[in-house]
Design a protein around this ligand. Structure first.
Ligand code: UDP
Length: 317
């Protein structure tokens, strides 16, 4: 396989760092573009001395550095945890929209193939389950989550318009809840919150009644899905759901984390955040059929690896 020059925006984030590692391991040259707002230098520290890796600290809401010649682009740049993307909602919209425009223009100039990390949030608080790509979603356009949901929806629109108008080769992945090593302890999402709380002997914070559901995909599975989508035939623009269809309630997740960590802490029920989706489960028939992709790591195994990571990480901190 020929070595490619690949740009990963958001490459110092949780998913981005795993993707950079995967691409370097395959012999590619990787330029990681990251503002380091929610991503961290620590995530890419092991690659900084790699001859095929470069970190460029840059915010994609701003015009991109000149002179980049690139074969492929993965756009993963955007805070993805609700407390993080809501901290500066206007900047979140700009990251999704201006960021997509800047990267699509670069793809057009270079003739590069470009993949957008979209999200299950485009389905909002879904009225159907599981969610297939044909479903147009149920998003509150003026709610607290809208900066992310509508930002990502607009990015999808831009991708398809650049494809139709300018012939840019696009791929759109709709990523469902993903977890694993390298999540930050203060990420704010449920898997890292529960594990960190259990390991620190603090109460587990369940929002609402905890009967809302999510479907959690282990990070290695997700990265393989992204790479398979990028490598897929040109006809496969997407959108393609990438996630693990095994659905559980948040309460059940709390029980699993308590069991795995051996922690005996209380469960602290907190108010449900506004517009929190009641259910979420991907229909992955399209990914199976078009990419031959399906997740293989069960939650029990993935959680164990994530707990082991945080045990080591929190002890070292
Ligand atoms: N959640 C929770 N406790 C936490 C963090 C999240 O009960 O400490 C809930 C949250 O309300 C939601 C689910 O877990 O129903 C998943 O939340 P997360 O922020 O991980 O992802 P998203 O809502 O974007 O799917």
């Amino acid at each position: 396989m020929a070595s490619k020059r690949i740009l990963v925006s958001g490459g110092a984030g949780f998913l981005g760092a795993h993707l950079c590692e995967r691409l370097l391991d395959s012999g590619h040259c990787v330029v990681c573009l990251d503002s380091l707002v929610t991503g961290s230098r620590a995530n890419v520290q092991p690659f900084l001395t790699h001859p095929n890796f470069a970190l460029v600290v840059h915010d994609i809401t701003q015009p991109l550095p000149a002179g980049m010649v690139i074969d492929e682009i993965y756009n993963l740049a955007c805070p993805a945890s609700p407390p993080h993307y809501q901290a500066d909602p206007v900047h979140t919209v700009k990251t999704c929209v201006y960021g997509a425009i800047h990267l699509l223009e670069l793809a057009q100039q270079c003739g590069a193939r470009i993949l957008q990390a979209s999200t299950s949030e485009v389905y909002g608080d879904p009225e159907v389950s599981p969610q297939a790509e044909e479903y147009w979603g149920h998003v509150n356009p003026v709610g607290l989550r809208a900066c992310y949901d509508e930002g990502k929806r607009c990015a999808e629109t831009l991708f398809f318009d650049f494809h139709r108008r300018h012939g840019v080769e696009i791929r759109v992945a709709r990523i469902f809840n993903t977890y694993g090593p390298r999540m930050q302890a203060d990420d704010g999402r449920v898997v890292s919150n529960f594990i960190v709380q259990a390991l620190r002997g603090e109460p587990i914070t369940v929002y609402g009644d905890g009967l809302q559901t999510r479907s959690f995909c282990y990070v290695d599975d997700l990265i393989e899905g992204l790479v398979a989508l990028m490598a897929g035939p040109s006809s496969v623009t997407g959108p393609v759901n990438l996630g693990n269809p095994a659905e559980i309630t948040i309460r059940e997740l709390a029980d699993r984390v308590l069991m795995l960590t051996g922690a005996s802490v209380t469960v602290d029920f907190r108010p449900l955040p506004q517009d929190d989706p009641r259910q979420r489960r991907p229909d992955i028939a399209r990914a199976r059929e078009l990419l031959g992709w399906a997740p293989s790591v069960p939650l029990s195994v993935g959680l164990e690896k994530t707990v082991a990571y945080f045990r080591q990480h929190l002890l070292a901190a």
